[in-house]
Design a protein around this ligand. Structure first.
Ligand code: E4P
Length: 217
């Protein structure tokens, strides 16, 4: 499973990229707002740093506006994936933009039928939002599993990009089910390294080592 970093915080992206953990980046209007930076400037900086796809989201409500904005965003760098919402207009924009050979990430997906339509319109990525479904006491992972099965049944190339990830368990489950990519906040990715038994075991090793009076360097 590839990891995309769900943030517009360039320092956080840089740290994970240096560890080979940033196969791409996803941004959205809320993340750009949190960064406090100009969308073109911050997106360009991220694109220059990352080899993989960097999602930048349109904000127009209609397909013509999304197409125009998508082309504008795609001009920032070759690795831009244009993000459009899963509305009827978004699907129209996806069809046109993917037909132009551009990467398109169809976002705000909450049902298998929506994912099926995105694949039909040539989406490069479909972004089912796991955490927001879980917030409503629905099962976000069941959605990922349904989409996996449907795409595999018919050989759709659209990649499942598990989004709205809130916990380390979301990462495990997305990988177990076979999501192609998971996009997660930097904090969730760093937390994946943690285990209470690792901390406990390390503390015991250090205590025992101190009693030997030895050094390695
Ligand atoms: C993905 O592309 C979205 O930017 C993101 O995962 C949304 O996550 P949230 O539900 O935590 O805002």
């Amino acid at each position: 499973m590839r990891f995309f970093i769900d943030t517009a915080d360039v320092d956080a992206i840089r740290e994970l990229n240096e560890l080979g953990m940033a196969d791409g980046v996803t941004t959205n209007p809320s993340l750009i707002m949190k960064s406090g930076r100009d969308i073109r400037e911050v997106t360009k900086e991220i694109c220059d740093m990352i080899d993989g796809p960097v999602s930048a989201e349109t904000i127009a409500p209609d397909s013509d506006g999304m197409i125009a904005e998508g082309r504008e965003l795609a001009a920032i760098a070759d690795n831009i994936a244009i993000k459009v919402p899963l509305t009827w207009d978004g699907l129209k924009a996806c069809k046109v933009l993917s037909g132009e050979g551009r990467m398109v990430n169809v976002t705000l997906c909450f049902s298998a039928n929506q994912a099926l339509l995105a694949a039909k319109t040539g989406a490069t990525f479909i972004s089912p939002f796991i955490g927001r479904l879980d917030d409503l006491n629905l099962d976000g992972m069941e959605l990922i599993a349904d989409i996996r099965q449907i795409y595999d049944n018919y050989g759709f190339d659209t990649q499942i990009l598990a989004a709205s990830i809130r916990t380390v368990n979301h990462m495990t489950e997305a990988a177990r089910i076979g999501a192609d990519v998971a996009t997660a906040p930097p904090g969730v990715i760093k937390k994946m390294a943690e285990h209470v038994l690792t901390d406990k075991g390390l503390a015991a090793f250090m205590r025992d080592w101190e009693t030997t009076g030895q050094t390695i360097l």
